[in-house]
Design a protein around this ligand. Structure first.
Ligand code: KG4
Ligand code: ZN
Length: 350
């Protein structure tokens, strides 16, 4: 089965062709970073308009990269939640048109499910894959939560806890903005942190105890805001690097500690991370160290599958199509996520 995936929930226009085993035949991502960078964050109206401009060429590029014809496509999968509604609508309407025109089945995909399953994508080399149930840490610009994933279905995903305020990626972006490092903040903070000493600037993430999967990242952002506001002169490059190193250490330590602790208390040996912040090397290293101490196996997608892409959407869609699931023409762009709603219900579980 060959599935065409479309992703347009935020600031990446993406299309990919993936088979039912997760083999990536093509993976095309058009980033809107240059469009939004002058504003220090994503402007929804500009995002929608840029998706409209680029989705056609991106889909054609995905077909060409896979050396595939329209007749090779067995189904269409599209992100239909959560995200910016105007942006989601572009992908959803294009997917509906293609499915109708080609006479192929259509499925909507929860973007968060895509991130949780991105680790199953393959690019030619056979790699070890996680076994269900696993603990999934989802860390992106809009979401930060820990799940026990029993199966690749909405019912198979048990929320164990998550952030009460900012997502981890959002904190990276806001701290980068405060420090004048530009957008997107995650990679900029990671770069600057390499030259910094984390012990020079005392920053702490609240709710750091491993006993619960609940988290909070807005307080640490406020600590950086105060640090900047209390200065009469701008921070030097060395001070910025120290602040980045301290912030990154505090956030990644909490994420790694809580994820490993969840695996231990759930009696699960495999841990998976997904979402844009999973591209962060400090997080990967911290998780690997903590997991080694507890004999856990950590699975991390390659860098290009951590940030938004359509290959993960195609694969998550393929799991639905292979189960015989189909969505009708009433498929709409829903900004709320099934997974996020269940996270709220799951609060206090641990
Ligand atoms: O998953 P994603 O591409 O989009 C959402 O679904 O939100 O995640 C984007 C987020 C942004 O907040 C970005 O700053 C963060 O992921 N990010 C990183 C890194 N690369 C991207 N955060 C920390 N370190 C990175 N290397
Ligand atoms: Zn994402």
């Amino acid at each position: 089965m060959l599935v065409l995936g479309l992703e347009s929930s935020c600031d990446e226009t993406a299309a990919a062709l993936v088979d039912g085993n997760g083999l990536v035949r093509s993976d095309v991502v058009h980033s809107q970073v240059a469009v939004h960078a002058p504003y220090g964050g994503v402007i929804p109206e500009l995002a929608s308009r840029d998706h409209v401009r680029n989705i056609g060429p991106v889909v054609r590029a995905a077909l060409a990269q896979a050396n595939a014809r329209w007749s090779d496509v067995d189904g269409i999968a599209v992100t239909n939640r959560p995200g910016l509604v105007g942006a989601l609508l572009v992908g959803v309407q294009v997917a509906k048109g293609l499915a109708w025109g080609l006479g192929k089945p259509l499925v909507g995909v929860d973007h968060l499910m895509g991130h949780l399953l991105a680790v199953f994508l393959e690019r030619g080399e056979a790699a070890d894959k996680p076994r269900f149930p696993f603990i999934g840490l989802l860390v992106s610009g809009g979401h930060t939560a820990i799940y026990r994933v029993d199966a690749p279905t909405p019912e198979g995903i048990v929320p164990l806890g998550g952030t009460r305020d900012d997502a981890a990626g959002e904190a990276f972006d806001k701290v980068a903005k405060l420090l004048g490092l530009g957008y997107p903040g995650g990679p900029a903070i990671e770069r600057s942190a390499r030259d910094g000493d984390p012990s020079r600037v005392p920053l702490r993430a609240p709710m750091a105890s491993a006993a619960s999967c609940e988290m909070s990242f807005s307080g640490i952002k406020t600590q950086v805001a105060q640090l900047v506001a209390n200065r009469s002169t701008p921070l030097s490059a060395a001070e910025i690097a120290d602040t980045c190193a301290s912030f990154q250490t505090a956030v990644t330590t909490v994420l790694a500690r809580k994820t490993v602790s969840a695996a231990v208390s759930e009696g699960v040996t495999d841990v998976v991370i997904g979402g844009g912040v999973a591209a962060n090397r400090a997080l990967r290293e911290r998780l690997a160290e903590a997991a080694e101490r507890h004999a856990l196996r950590v699975f991390v997608p390659p860098f290009q599958s951590c940030t938004d892409n359509a290959a993960m959407i195609a694969y998550a869609g393929a799991t639905r199509l292979l189960r015989g699931e189909r969505d009708g023409w009433d498929l709409v762009a829903e900004s709320r996520s099934i997974l996020r709603e269940s996270t709220r219900k799951g609060r206090g579980r641990r």
